[in-house]
Structures are given as C-alpha cells and as structure tokens.
Ligand binder design. Structure first.
Ligand code: NAD
Length: 277
C-alpha cells in the first residue's frame, strides 16, 4: 500500500488521513478486525466508549508488535457523562479499557443541546484539562454544527482540533466544512460510505469504471481530495485492503465536483440539533 498521508492539526500533531472505524463491530470480532487493519497498514483507529469495544481495540494494538506511538487512537466521551466529574471518570475508564496512559484524540461525541441545560461548554473545559494534563494529545468535538462551534470558539480557551461529522456524497456538509476551514478545525467524515448507501449510485459507478477502481475506492478518494480525514469500517480483510487502496490514483477536479453535486442533504444518522443521546 502506498503511504497514507498525514494531516497536521491546529496544535501541530499529525493524524493519518485514513483510519479504521470500529462502530458496530461486536466486541468479540473487534480484536481480529483491528488486527487485520493494522496488518493492512492502517495506523489510526477510531473508537468510542459508546461502541463498547475499546478494550478489544487496545488488545489488538498491544499484540500487534507496533509501539503505542505508531498508532493514532481516538475515543469519545459518552452521552451520559457530560458533567465535568462524570467526564473525568469516563475518560479515565476509557484509558484503562484501551490499556494506555494517553489517547491521541478525545472527542465530545455529541453536543446534546437539549440536555445538561445546553451546556456543552463546561464539558469542553473539562476536555481542555485533559489536554493540558497531557493525557489527551489533541481534543475535539463530534457532530457539532457551526453555531455549537461558535460557542466553543468564543467561550473556550482551545480551538477543537477536529469536528467529526457525518459526510458522504449525499451529505456534503458545505456549511460546517466552511466554518471549520475558516477556524483551522480539521474535518473528520464519519460514515464516509454513507454506510454503503452511496455505492450503487450511477454517477459513482461510471467514475469508478473509468478509473478502474471500485465505487468504495472512488468515494473514499473523493473525501481525500477534499482534505477530510476518514475511517471506513469493514470486518472483511479484502474490503479493509480495498479501502486502503486509494493512494495510487487521483480524481480529476471535474469528477470531484460531479460527486459533490450528488448532495441531497440526506443524513443516515441523527440530527445533532435534536439528538438527545
Ligand atoms: P461506513 O460509511 O464506513 O460504511 C460501513 C459499511 O459499508 C459496512 O457495514 C460495510 O458493510 C460497507 N463497506 C465497507 N467497505 C466496503 C467496500 N469496500 N465495499 C462495499 N461495502 C463496504 O459507515 P460506519 O461504519 O457507520 O462509519 C465509519 C466510522 O465512522 C465508524 O466505524 C465510526 O468510527 C465512525 N462513526 C462516528 C459517528 C459519530 O457520531 N461520531 C457515527 C457513526 C460512525
């Protein structure tokens, strides 16, 4: 596999632009799936307390023969733990489950504007402490809309390193991505394949045929060309390798635009403005 490019975050830390996501991989299958991904060359794993498989992610990394510093690990604060004391307990328990004394990136999983009196800023200040104390090398948010980010920007001390949001060709998220670009926040595109929903699209199929690539590779390459960080999920060795085979070709600008033009503002996941966890 050609080397995976790295993105430099706003604090100077580097993150591999392609990682491996483990949402909905049952704990019993996670260690094997992460092992396959590490063997295929992935060096960035995206998990969350909510996924229930942090321990198995940690076991796969521990047994891989790689040093801790060679693998970028992200986990996320669960929705029930936004109060500062709870957040600290949850963070400690994630570190313990992962079997590590730091994470590379720690995120608030959802803003939950209808819970905790709409106060995600106190939660953010707690993450700032994790960062200052050195146990989270970078901190960021997930599913934050521009108006949520604006509050963090004006009321917090540290600008989030990333905003992890749902993005795929049917949900191009121009507004959030624009805000992030203007504020040096890197965008992480979750469910980059739209959980498979975009793979039968005729425009994507046509482009894939022209490049001699699979529809999944073309969609993942579209994200890379746009500068977003991605971590597609699969438990199948062949697909794990396929999804990493995206660094030996480039899409022409008109093909990137043709895929972006498929936007329908169609979410597969919840709306962050109303989601209550
Ligand atoms: P995805 O877009 O990565 O799609 C995964 C599905 O697509 C799999 O079930 C698989 O069946 C299929 N697939 C994968 N590779 C394929 C290939 N090459 N060809 C054909 N089909 C293929 O969706 P996801 O798993 O929901 O998202 C990826 C990661 O994003 C998650 O594992 C998680 O880490 C993250 N995520 C974050 C949030 C959040 O709220 N922050 C929410 C959802 C997902």
């Amino acid at each position: 596999m050609t080397a995976i490019p790295q993105i430099v975050l706003n604090n100077g830390q580097r993150i591999p632009q392609l990682g491996f996501g483990v949402f909905l991989i049952p704990p019993a299958q996670t260690e094997a799936a992460v092992t396959r991904a590490l063997q295929a060359g992935y060096r960035h794993i995206d998990t969350a307390e909510m996924y229930g498989n942090e321990a198995e992610v940690g076991q796969a990394i521990g047994k891989s023969g790689l040093s801790r510093g060679e693998v970028f690990v992200t986990t996320k604060l669960n929705n029930g733990a936004h109060r500062p004391d709870d957040a600290r307990r949850a963070f400690d328990s994630s570190l313990k489950a992962l079997g590590t004394d730091y994470v590379d990136l720690f995120l608030i999983h959802w803003p939950l504007p209808t819970r905790y009196g709409g106060d995600f800023v106190s939660t953010w200040r707690t993450l700032e402490e994790f960062y200052t104390e050195g146990q989270a090398r970078s901190i960021g948010v997930s599913n934050f809309q521009p108006h949520h980010l604006r509050r963090i920007h004006t009321e917090g001390e540290i600008t989030p390193a990333v905003d992890q949001i749902e993005v795929n060709p049917y949900l191009t998220q121009d507004e959030v991505r624009q805000f992030c670009a203007e504020h040096q926040i890197a965008v992480e595109a979750w469910s980059p394949l739209g959980r498979g929903s975009v793979l039968g699209d005729p425009t994507i199929d046509d482009i894939a045929r022209r490049y001699g690539k699979t529809p999944a590779q073309v969609v993942l390459r579209w994200h890379i060309e746009r500068g977003d960080i991605i971590f597609p999920k699969s438990v199948t060795a062949a697909r794990i390798r396929e999804n990493a085979g995206i660094f030996d070709f480039e899409l022409a600008p008109e093909d990137v635009e043709a895929i972006s033009a498929l936007n329908r503002n169609q979410r597969t996941g919840p709306d962050p403005d109303t989601f209550a966890g």
